[in-house]
Design a protein around this ligand. Structure first.
Ligand code: ATP
Ligand code: MG
Length: 634
């Protein structure tokens, strides 16, 4: 197999495909410009937008709170919709694929009309500048439309993942003091209708303050409780209305959101209008290489930051066609994703690395049954991507003719910070890449001191970037030039400045005398032919030894021969002391709604402890399946 990063060998390097380099949005000149100009170079990001007043400074570190593009004024909805009308009013802005097979297409002119009507309707209910509007809907067009309607009014949206419980919705309504809720009657999931409004009603009635509620009739069977409004009636009543985009200062908030809650309670994060929008437009342009004529598909849920930045704001700010998909990637068939790419002639595709490994598990015959020649760039996010998954994505989906980028970032960072520049940098499968131009990173120890290149530590971002969330800007201003944002991700920085992610600090696994990031061991397990997914956790019951959970590729037996091969390979690669307490072969691994493996839950299962609520899981049934296999283990 090509491209294994063996540790003892030089990792494979992959040059950007020549056809890609020819048309890439950015060249090495961009990196040189950032090196030459320092933070001033970020004006390139702001220049992708249209400002009603230009900024006075790119970065103001003197103020109490650090400010990007101070003095600048803009409106995010104007930038994502209105300004494209002159040239692109008949181009498709949103191409929607519903879970039930329904499709809808919105041109930029349609989107302009819809956003204006929705903004007029919300204003009619009393929504004003800086109010928080909570949106509780799946991936239906009304979600980005109401997000943009809020942005038009200078109101903040607070999108709550549609699969969350009434209690989670209640907590977010309360914590944000949100007096407005837009939800839907229900939606389709794997062929059945799911009721959403009961959850919304239960949440609303348990919140102390009044919540003005609008219901989108997705199932066409709306029943309204007293005082509630039907979305279509409201919008119809405001059809043709025009709402002037409200001018916002660059540092004014655009929205609030929450982290995914993979390692604990989700944290609330507020993003700015000017810095955030510049950052996501810039990275959509420079890293995802999106061009206005592209059909681009990010297969995330709009509710997570990935959906905010790279389904809604980034691609629409650039005037591209963004695809929105309501359903599951393998429903009704395992080739659903490839069928959608084929039928819609998708140019750029962005998904979670865990999704890539699931596709690998299902087999290459699914992508190869479709014409994927429209694809130019493939992106990955969410968890470390091992070399084999990278190679599989590159070969089986990209036909070795697409650029592949592994992008690292967080809810807190607003947009991508670490990734190769697809038309410039060589990829090293298994390593995400260098910090993007203008971003500075380091790997530090627990005391915040730099560790030697090649040694593991915490990834720190050592200079401000435009997409930083508002909680970071005050600390950055107070601490001056020494400020650094130390993340809880473990990583290694190599001699070329490439970052290899090892996993989250909370998931550290001790094997023998060595503390490993889970990804360090998982990468080695994933090198074994036939292993599609792997998660390594520590078991207290096993005296702190590691338990590994694996899923096999289609057609591969999860038998004793496989577990022997894993043991043997790991001992050979990491030393004889590296022995697992157990190897569990499972049909699936428990993943959060945003596609991250929930290792803390696996560790509870390994120890036979209670793991509580599984509502944060996309596939709660995976846990039951695990218990059966674990119980049968040795
Ligand atoms: P919480 O902070 O609530 O536990 P979360 O960290 O999962 O949730 P997100 O902000 O959605 O919430 O995810 C960011 C995290 O995802 C990063 O800190 C990192 O652990 C992981 N991540 C994202 N992209 C990559 C990548 N390309 N390589 C490695 N890890 C990644
Ligand atoms: Mg986090």
């Amino acid at each position: 197999m090509t491209g294994r990063t063996d540790g003892r060998e030089r990792p494979r390097r992959v040059e950007p495909p020549a056809s890609f380099v020819e048309t890439a949005n950015v060249t090495s000149e961009v990196r040189e410009a950032f090196e030459r100009e320092g933070h001033e170079a970020w004006r390139r990001a702001a220049d992708l937008l249209e400002w009603s007043s230009p900024h006075e400074t790119v970065l103001d570190r003197e103020a109490e709170s650090l400010t990007w593009f101070a003095g600048g004024q803009l409106n995010a909805a104007y930038n994502c919709v209105d300004r494209h009308l002159a040239e692109r009013k008949n181009s498709v802005a949103i191409r929607w694929e519903g879970a039930d097979g329904e499709t809808r297409v919105y041109t930029y002119l349609d989107l302009y009309n819809e956003v204006n009507a929705a903004a007029a309707a919300l204003r009619g209910l009393g929504v004003g500048e800086d109010d928080v509007v909570t949106l509780f809907m799946p991936g239906i067009p009304e979600l980005p439309i109401t997000m943009l309607a809020c942005a038009r009014l200078g109101a903040l949206h607070n999108v709550v993942f549609a699969g969350y419980s009434a209690d989670e919705l209640r907590a977010r309504l309360e914590r944000t003091g949100s007096g407005y809720l837009v939800t839907c009657d229900g939606y389709y999931r794997r062929g059945s209708a799911v009721n959403q409004k009961n959850k919304a009603d239960n949440a609303r009635t348990s919140v102390e303050h009044p919540v003005e509620t609008v219901v989108v009739p997705r199932l066409d069977d709306p029943y309204l409780s007293e005082g509630q409004h039907d979305y279509e009636d409201l919008v119809d009543a405001h059809a043709g209305d025009r709402v002037d985009p409200v001018e916002r200062a660059a540092e004014d908030p655009l929205f609030v959101t929450y982290t995914s809650g993979t390692t604990g309670e989700p944290d609330r994060v507020t993003h700015t209008t000017g810095g955030y929008l510049s950052h996501v437009a810039w990275t959509s342009h420079a890293v995802l290489d999106i061009e206005p004529r592209d059909t681009y598909w990010c297969a995330a849920d709009v509710a997570w930051i990935t959906g905010h930045s790279y389904i809604v704001y980034g691609p629409l700010a650039l005037g591209a066609t963004t695809m929105l998909y309501e359903g599951a990637p393998d429903d009704p068939e395992r080739d659903r994703v490839w069928e959608l790419v084929d039928r819609n002639r998708v140019d750029v595709f962005y998904t979670a690395s865990t999704a890539v490994r699931s596709f690998m598990k299902h087999g290459a015959e699914h992508p190869s049954a479709h014409d994927l020649s429209s694809l130019r760039l493939l992106g990955s996010v969410g968890e470390p991507m091992d070399a084999r998954a990278w190679e599989w994505y590159y070969e089986s989906v990209g036909g070795e003719e697409c650029a592949v980028v592994d992008t690292w970032w967080q809810t807190e960072t607003g947009g991508i910070l670490v990734s190769t520049l697809p038309g410039v940098d060589r990829a090293k499968p298994g390593s995400a890449g260098p910090a993007i131009p203008g971003v500075e990173v380091d790997v530090v120890d627990a005391g915040g001191e730099s560790v030697a290149r090649g040694e593991p530590g915490h990834l720190a971002v050592t200079a401000p970037w435009p997409g930083m969330h508002r909680g970071l800007t005050e600390a950055a201003a107070a601490e001056g030039e020494d400020w650094a944002y130390v993340t809880s991700d473990r990583a290694i920085l190599d001699h070329e400045g490439y970052v290899t992610f090892l996993g989250r600090e909370d998931d550290t696994v001790t094997v023998g005398d060595t503390d490993y990031g889970p990804a360090t061991i998982e990468r080695v397990v994933l090198e074994v032919e036939g292993v599609a997914e792997a998660a390594v956790v520590e078991s207290h019951q096993e005296g702190g030894r590691a338990v590994v959970y694996v899923c096999t590729e289609r057609g591969v037996e999860g038998d004793a021969a496989l577990t022997e091969r894993i043991d043997h390979h790991v001992a050979e690669r990491l030393g004889e002391d590296t022995q697992f307490a157990r190897i569990v072969v499972a049909p699936d691994l428990p993943k959060t709604h945003s596609g991250k493996i929930m290792r803390r839950l696996l560790s509870a299962v390994a120890d036979g402890e209670s793991y509580g609520d599984t509502s944060a899981l996309r596939n709660p049934e995976a846990v039951g399946e695990l218990e059966t296999v674990s119980g049968d283990g040795d």
